[in-house]
Ligand binder design. Structure first.
Ligand code: ADP
Ligand code: MG
Length: 696
């Protein structure tokens, strides 16, 4: 058994460690800076740096790194030793305040969407003191933001921190309007439930597609898939349990509160949920979680697959982003209160979220758009690409009452009046039954179910924070100018519910009829990444991000290019892997098996009265399929070639989807059929059954 209290946070330079190791005055300043997002003076930074270094060295660190999150979506690090030569042939361990606060990793090969070419080649990392430093594998990790010389964001953290500031500013205005004088800061919180697959290393190593693309590009359905649903919440196998135990220990050491874990619906699929925290920390922790899942799995002879759709025909993996807003005193602003006044405040925040999701459906969809996630959102899997909000029956009743002016419980003669009527408590159990909604209210938080398992949660939270900040800003502008606050508040809520009710949907999001219904309501259904991305640069979206100081238009254009590029690159890598597997392994294997069949057939034909119909029909079908496969592979190679000369990013991503991806899909049909006919001895890859049931 692990001694949880002892190991938890043991590798983190936490507030408690700072309190114990820093002079009291310095500690106070650092805590102030963390709480209020202020800068530290160079003098203070020097004191902190020395204490941090001494602590890290005791934990076995010899190096430090500015840990950042470039636009690739993974994390980046470059290690520097603490070592400083003393000039007499010896060396000491040193770490300056300057080294703590700012780094210059060069790192010029990360995507910048042209930002660094236009401005200045250098990129800087800047310490984010709100996310604690930690020691991992002998290295002191300092969480940082990555910006260009002129201050443009080159990463996913900078805009996330900016969006938190925007939300804080506008939410504080609202709280003051409701007479709250206590709260000093409002922060967004997130808890990211992470789904993943585990496969044995021996099968993984034999699949080029898993190695190069993270998903299987081929594979016929296994005799048994997820149809029995016997894996979901089933007993955890000893090998997986050992992995989970070690993963928990590693995460706990780094202060990540890994809380629940269980088997998911698909065979070999699992989930880990942490306790929620402030969003920038939740984003850092989710990156650490994904990284450690991969390294710990390897130690157990397994590979962890984080791709959104590693296997066709069984459920894909998502990452539910649970999101709420809370005060620095710990009050959850999406929790309905006990008094009518508290309820009115709750309703206003709820309205801000409904309006934000309705008006910025496109941005939310884009925040989760990737080639991998298209297999979930665009296909017949939960949740759909349509953004809608599930609120549960009780809350929907309240919204209807607000619109009609009638009391929500049972009609009656009493009128519903915001700020006067008391709302029911929305129990989690009553509201959390709908698992098909993209955005579900679950009692005191929203669960955004669309993010893909491999994605950074930063993108989704940047959009959520900023869009809600924008709605709160408009509300505050209006309410601050109100003569009669209560009356104006009532009107504002009523108007907002009426104008945004189309986004509320409590039904089955899988159902085909919802697609029709959503269309009637005028909701967007952006099935694929190339379809979704162009909405990013809509005027209203530029205004949103510029107005809330989250992105400049230049930054947005850069990001847009990177998103488009990422899509095209992913599809092209998949296509080249497809072509390689087909030509080097699959066609030769099937051809060899066909040759064997042909020989047997010829031999059997020599014997009178022998039935050779099996060899005859199998060979015939295999020959047809190999011919079609070979032809499609030629077409695929031709498209890959053509794509190299397409210049516009929109044209390229559409070409990748319509020509390259479509041809890959066609190829897959032929190959999967050949797999079902070819002898297992000849088939060059582990089958779906072997992969999905490889960890026993
Ligand atoms: P379920 O498993 O039914 O989806 P849980 O209650 O287990 O729901 O919560 C799922 C996730 O939501 C957890 O990561 C949890 O920490 C997170 N969560 C709970 N409350 C909040 C909140 N106020 N803000 C953000 N995330 C939250
Ligand atoms: Mg969930």
């Amino acid at each position: 058994m692990s001694n949880v209290p002892e190991i938890f946070g043991s590798m983190v330079f936490s507030e408690a460690v700072m309190q114990a190791r820093l002079p009291h005055a310095t500690y106070k300043e650092v805590v102030q800076a963390i709480r209020q997002g202020k800068r530290l003076t160079p003098e203070i930074a020097t004191v902190v740096a020395t204490a941090m270094k001494n602590w890290a060295v005791e934990k076995g660190a010899t190096h430090f790194t500015h840990w950042f999150q470039p636009m690739t979506g993974v994390t980046a690090e470059k290690h520097d030793a603490f070592v400083h030569p003393t000039g007499d042939g010896r060396a000491i361990m040193e770490f300056s305040g300057k080294e703590l606060i700012q780094g210059e990793p060069d790192a010029s090969s990360f995507p910048s969407g042209g930002l660094r070419a236009t401005f200045e080649a250098r990129g800087y990392t800047a310490w984010d003191p709100t996310s604690y430093a930690f020691v991992k594998d002998g290295v002191l990790y300092i969480p940082t933001a990555f910006v260009s010389y002129t201050g443009e964001a080159l990463d996913k953290k900078t805009p996330l921190l900016r969006s938190m500031q925007a939300l804080n500013k506008q939410a504080m205005r609202i709280l003051r309007l409701f007479g709250d004088t206590q709260t000093q800061a409002v922060r967004a919180t997130a808890g990211a439930e992470q789904e993943y697959f585990l496969v044995d290393k021996s099968v993984y190593d034999k699949r080029k597609d898993l190695i190069y693309t993270g998903r299987t590009l081929f594979g016929a359905r296994p005799p048994k898939g997820q149809e029995m649903e016997d894996h979901y919440f089933g007993a955890i196998k000893p090998r997986v349990a050992a992995f989970m135990k070690e993963l928990n220990d590693e995460l706990w050491k780094l202060g990540v509160v890994a809380k629940t874990e269980h088997n998911e619906v698909a065979p070999a699929q699992h989930e880990l949920a942490p306790l929620f925290s402030t969003v920038n920390i939740a984003a850092d922790h989710n990156q650490l979680t994904m990284e450690l899942m991969k390294t710990v799995a390897k130690r157990h002879g397994m590979e962890c697959l984080l791709h959104e759709k590693p296997f066709a025909g069984v459920n894909g993996s998502g990452k539910h982003n649970n999101w709420s807003i809370s005060t620095d005193t710990g009050e959850n602003l999406l929790e309905p209160g006990d008094t009518p006044a508290e309820n009115a405040q709750f309703l206003l925040f709820l309205c801000a979220v409904l309006k934000a999701v309705n008006e910025y459906q496109d941005l939310l969809r884009i925040s989760v758009a990737s080639a991998g996630n298209d297999h979930r959102l665009g296909a017949n899997e939960a949740p759909p690409a349509i953004m809608s909000v599930y609120v549960g029956d009780e809350l929907e009743g309240v919204l209807k009452a607000i619109m009609s002016g009638e009391k929500f419980a049972g009609g009656g003669k009493e009128l519903f009046k915001v700020g006067v009527s008391v709302l029911p408590r929305f129990s989690k159990d009553a509201t959390d039954r709908n698992r098909t909604s993209s955005f579900a209210f679950t009692g005191n938080k929203f669960e955004f179910r669309s993010p893909g398992s491999s994605q950074s949660i930063s993108e989704a939270n940047i959009v959520l924070n900023t869009a809600v900040a924008e709605e709160l800003r408009r509300f505050a502008d209006r309410l601050e100018a109100a003569d009669d606050f209560d009356a104006d508040l009532h009107d504002l809520i009523e108007q907002t519910v009426k104008e945004n009710i189309r986004i509320v949907f409590n039904g089955d999001g899988y159902d085909e009829s919802w697609v029709e219904e959503a269309k009637r309501r005028g909701l967007l259904n952006l099935r694929t990444t190339p379809e979704a991305l162009p909405h990013y640069l809509a005027e209203k979206n530029i205004q949103l991000f510029e107005g809330n100081k989250v992105f400049t238009e230049t930054e947005m254009r850069a990001r847009y290019e990177i998103m488009q590029e990422n899509y095209a690159k992913t599809i092209r890598i998949e296509a080249m892997t497809t072509s390689d597997m087909v030509r080097k392994d699959i066609l030769p294997a099937v051809s060899a098996y066909g040759g064997m069949l042909a020989k047997t057939l010829a031999a059997k034909k020599m014997v009178e009265g022998v039935d050779s119909s099996y060899e005859q029909s199998a060979l015939k079908r295999l020959c047809e399929l190999t011919a079609m496969t070979s032809k499609a592979a030629d077409a695929l190679d031709e498209y890959i070639m053509q794509s190299a000369s397409i210049t516009g990013c929109e044209d390229l991503s559409c070409f990748c989807r319509d020509k390259i991806f479509a041809t890959m899909s066609e190829l897959r049909i032929y190959v999967d059929e050949m797999e079902t006919i070819t002898s297992a001895k000849y088939w060059p890859y582990p089958t779906y059954g072997e992969m999905l049931f490889s960890v026993r």
